[in-house]
Write a protein that binds this ligand. Structure first.
Ligand code: FE2
Ligand code: FE2
Length: 290
């Protein structure tokens, strides 16, 4: 088994997690396809956005449940506070975007309700550590989404290029990287070992990631009469150029099951520093939620 990296040596060991307010209102989706001329990827984005608010409420509830486990670790305790504040803001902005998406015809309400039911089931499941383990795994997925969006410009421009969407996605992605260790470290502090961590990954992969796949397919199918040959050609052009749905992403996702894995194994500090500067005028520090 690979020995875990010493906490002091990890990039997250003393990371400050600020809570920012987004200054760009995500309520100006100006076309029916949020990925230009591509209804298929548009439905993927709408589905992802739809599952975020209740998913993030679930992450916060899971982390809060184990706050006592980090009471004697002032750095992690402060990071938990930052995590909760950041996720609360993400939920707020995605709810606003989802309302707008629903107005222009996306079925964000269905995904929102389904994810709430799934999250409630996991929160009630036994052992009680399963929820934080599922959260740590979900944060691994959101961290990978964030890394891809911020590091791979073609993915960002193709999938999130609309003026009103790009700042929201970049701000959300930056903060997902800033707090990517928190749920994992809380899970470890709460006493979860490898079997629970692996169970959490499987629960998240099947229930949450699996649901996104099913809902995406269902939404595209329901909209099939509006999808033209030109749209299909655009999807075929976009698909190989983006890295959200590709083998690299899957390999990185499954690396979570490696014994000794920690979110800091991939050092994303340079990306975080770069995007903190880029977004300084778009997202400003606010008061941390508790
Ligand atoms: Fe988030
Ligand atoms: Fe997160």
């Amino acid at each position: 088994m690979t020995p875990p990296t010493a906490l002091a040596a990890r990039p997250s060991a003393d990371r400050h997690i600020p809570v920012r307010r987004l200054r760009v209102p995500p309520d100006v989706v100006d076309s029916d396809w949020i990925v230009a001329d591509d209804p298929i990827f548009s439905h993927l984005l709408a589905t992802l956005s739809a599952v975020f608010p209740n998913g993030e409420d679930f992450f916060v509830a899971s982390v809060r449940r184990h706050r006592d486990a980090v009471a004697d670790n002032p750095v992690l305790k402060a990071q938990v506070k930052g995590f909760i504040g950041q996720e609360a803001m993400h939920g707020r902005e995605h709810r606003a975007l989802n309302r707008r998406l629903a107005e222009v015809g996306y079925n964000t309400v269905r995904a929102d309700r389904a994810i709430q039911r799934i999250c409630n089931l996991i929160l009630k499941a036994r052992p009680r550590l399963l929820a934080i383990a599922a959260t740590a795994a979900a944060e691994h997925y959101t961290g990978l989404l964030a890394e891809t969006a911020l590091e791979h410009e073609p993915t960002r421009k193709i999938l999130f290029g609309q003026e009103s969407v790009e700042p929201l996605i970049c701000w959300h992605s930056l903060e997902e990287l800033e707090h990517k260790n928190v749920a994992f470290d809380v899970m470890v502090a709460a006493g979860a070992g490898y079997p629970i961590r692996a169970a959490g990954f499987l629960a998240t992969s099947t229930a949450l990631a699996g649901y996104v796949g099913v809902e995406w397919g269902r939404s595209v199918f329901e909209d099939r009469h509006r999808i033209t040959r030109a749209h299909l050609r655009q999807f075929r052009r976009n698909f190989p150029r983006q890295r959200l749905i590709n083998w690299r992403f899957l390999v990185k996702a499954w690396a979570y099951l490696r014994p000794g894995f920690h979110p800091d194994d991939t050092n994303t500090d340079a990306v975080v520093e770069h995007w903190r500067t880029v977004l300084a005028d778009v997202a400003t520090s606010g008061k941390a939620a508790g």
